[in-house]
Design a protein around this ligand. Structure first.
Ligand SMILES: Nc1ncnc2c1ncn2[C@@H]1O[C@H](COP(=O)(O)OP(=O)(O)OP(=O)(O)O)[C@@H](O)[C@H]1O
Ligand SMILES: [Mg+2]
Length: 113
C-alpha cells in the first residue's frame, strides 16, 4: 500500500477528487493548508490576485491506495491538478504499512477497497 499526499491549488481540488473517484479511489482526506515552494519570496497568482506573501493557500489531499493503483493515481492527480503555471503543487508518495476499517476490523488492502 502507498500513501499519496498531494498539495494542489484550491480551485483544482474538485477536479482531482472527481477524477480519483472515477479510477476507483474510495476515500480521500482533504485539508486546507498553506505553504511555499521554490519561488519563495516571489509572487504567485491565487484567485486572480498576485500574492506577495510567502505562504500560499493550498489543499492537501491524502489518499491511501493499493500499490497496484499507485501509477494510475499519480497520473490522474497530475493531469487533473495541472495548469502549467508555477505553484501547481507537488505529490509525495510514502509506503503504508497498515490500514484498518474501524467498523468491520478489515485490514490492509481490504480496508481500502
Ligand atoms: N519540498 C516540499 N516539502 C513539502 N511541501 C512542499 C515542498 N515543495 C512544495 N511543497 C508544497 O507544495 C506547494 C506547491 O509547491 P509548488 O508547486 O510551488 O512547488 P515548486 O517546487 O515551487 O514548483 P513550481 O516551480 O512548479 O512552482 C507549496 O505551497 C507547499 O505547500
Ligand atoms: Mg512554486
Amino acid at each position: 500500500m502507498r500513501l499519496i499526499t498531494a498539495i494542489v491549488r484550491p480551485h483544482r481540488y474538485e477536479a482531482v477528487r472527481d477524477a480519483l473517484s472515477e479510477i476507483g479511489v474510495t476515500g480521500i482526506t482533504a485539508s486546507q493548508v498553506t505553504g511555499f515552494g521554490r519561488q519563495r519570496g516571489q509572487t504567485e497568482m491565487y484567485r486572480g490576485a498576485e500574492y506577495e506573501v510567502k505562504e500560499i493557500p493550498k489543499i492537501k489531499i491524502e489518499v491511501a491506495v493499493p500499490s497496484s493503483l499507485l501509477e494510475k493515481a499519480l497520473d490522474t492527480i497530475t493531469k487533473s491538478a495541472e495548469t502549467g503555471k508555477i505553484g501547481d503543487g507537488k505529490i509525495f508518495v510514502s509506503s503504508l504499512s497498515g490500514a484498518v476499517r474501524i467498523r468491520t476490523g478489515e485490514r490492509d488492502e481490504k480496508a481500502l477497497i
